[in-house]
Design a protein around this ligand. Structure first.
Ligand code: NAD
Ligand code: WQD
Length: 340
């Protein structure tokens, strides 16, 4: 049984990936300091998969604790590194916390990989590295634009750290650039747990629908898009989780063609904010209270992925459509509110 370390494994994407790994017969170890998740996620993972993953709670940005963990677990076959802070707005006010957490934790992990000869690393990157691309759909070869936020900058820096470290060692790495992951597990046992007022569209929609928020603000209707609202490539978190299993298998089985590979993960389809709202209302039979307000600072107009490289090379394709994304997001919100 191959042993995979999932950092940030009690978080949103991590928890879904742990379930998929377990269902594919991997043994999973989780490290998470619960800075943006809670321990009950382990119970819910166990309810879905029937297996409770091994868990340790510590800060991966702490060098000694990370070294100590790897000294005790040097037989790991691969690492999927999700652990990071991810709130773009918060990163503008706490840049150093973001650089420390996101960059230092990667350095500590790669150092431990070097020391213990652990070769395979899958890294969570983001479409945010592209900014507003000049050409759509955006390919992996598109130029990286100057980051608009410290968060986005940490993803760019981490990719560069991985690139140079991979070139200097025998490590094999895959960076996955996610577009907009949304939705929740079909069981409604795991999903996204936003703290405080959500910044992201889908939790804001579901919290408005459940009555936690009064009204959804649609940021801008004067973009150069068919209905004037901004366009994104939303993908279901379970599709995304499955891509991680494919990626880590690729590395373990030596199927990678370069020591660092980069893949876009999206559906390849762009949907506008109004199209998302329409799908949510229709599939869940709910009227959503929303109003158009001015653009949000820093938002790009439109971005969606060219997924052909991931489709062809990884043999992975997103299968779940927007309606299912909206249905599972709503089921998860109802479950959180005790209404399902
Ligand atoms: P999340 O916040 O739900 O999960 C991250 C987990 O990492 C949390 O459980 C948190 O407690 C843990 N963590 C953070 N810093 C840690 C540290 N120093 N030590 C140990 N644990 C730590 O976030 P998510 O949405 O699941 O995102 C996972 C990864 O994917 C992140 O790297 C994020 O930047 C990236 N990503 C997310 C999105 C998105 O829209 N959700 C898009 C692109 C990329
Ligand atoms: C989607 C669309 C908003 C909230 C963020 C990060 C990015 C990546 C994915 C991690 C935009 C509009 C939103 C609201 C709205 N994360 N919106 N009303 O900004 O595309 O990407 O998550 O790597 O780095 O920046 O996602 O969900 O915030 O917004 O109208 O209340 O919904 O303007 O067009 P975004 P989002």
């Amino acid at each position: 049984m191959k042993k995979i370390l999932v950092t940030g494994g009690t978080g949103y994407i991590g928890s879904h990936t742990v379930v998929e790994l377990q269902q594919q017969g991997f043994e999973v170890l989780i490290v998470d300091n619960l800075s943006n998740s809670n321990i009950e996620v382990l119970d819910n993972i166990e309810k879905i998969s029937g297996v409770r993953p091994y868990f340790e709670n510590f800060d991966l940005a702490a060098e000694a604790a990370t070294a100590d963990f790897f000294a005790r677990h040097s037989d790991i076959d691969g690492i999927i590194h999700f652990a990071a802070y991810k709130a773009v707005g918060e990163s503008m006010t706490k840049p150093l916390a973001y650089y420390r957490n996101n960059v230092q934790s990667l350095i500590n992990i790669m150092e431990a990989m070097r020391v213990h000869n652990i070769q395979n690393l899958v890294f969570s990157s983001s479409c945010t590295v592209y900014g507003q691309p000049d050409e759509l759909p955006v390919k992996e070869t598109a130029p990286i634009k100057k980051a608009w936020s410290p968060y986005g900058n940490t993803k760019q820096m981490c990719e560069e750290i991985i690139e140079f470290t991979t070139a200097a060692t025998n490590l094999k790495t895959i960076a996955l650039r996610y577009f907009n992951p949304i939705g929740a597990h079909e069981s409604a046992l795991i999903g996204e747990l936003p703290l405080g007022v959500p910044n992201n569209l889908i939790p804001f929609i579901t919290q408005t629908a459940i009555g936690k928020r009064e009204c959804l603000s649609v940021f801008g209707s004067d973009y150069s898009t068919p209905d004037g609202t901004a366009v994104r490539d939303y993908l279901h978190v379970v599709d995304l989780a499955k891509a991680h299993v494919v990626a880590v298998n690729r590395l373990i089985n030596g199927k990678n063609k370069k020591n660092m590979e980069i893949f876009n993960l999206g559906t390849g389809n762009g949907f506008s904010v109004l199209e998302v709202i329409e799908a949510f209302e229709r599939i869940n039979n709910i009227k959503l209270n929303y109003k158009i307000v001015p653009r949000r600072a820093g938002d790009v107009e439109k971005v969606w992925a060219d997924t052909s490289f991931a489709n062809e090379e990884l043999g992975w394709k997103a299968e779940i459509g927007l309606d299912e994304m909206m249905r599972t997001s709503w089921n998860w919100e109802k479950k959180l509110a005790g209404k399902a």
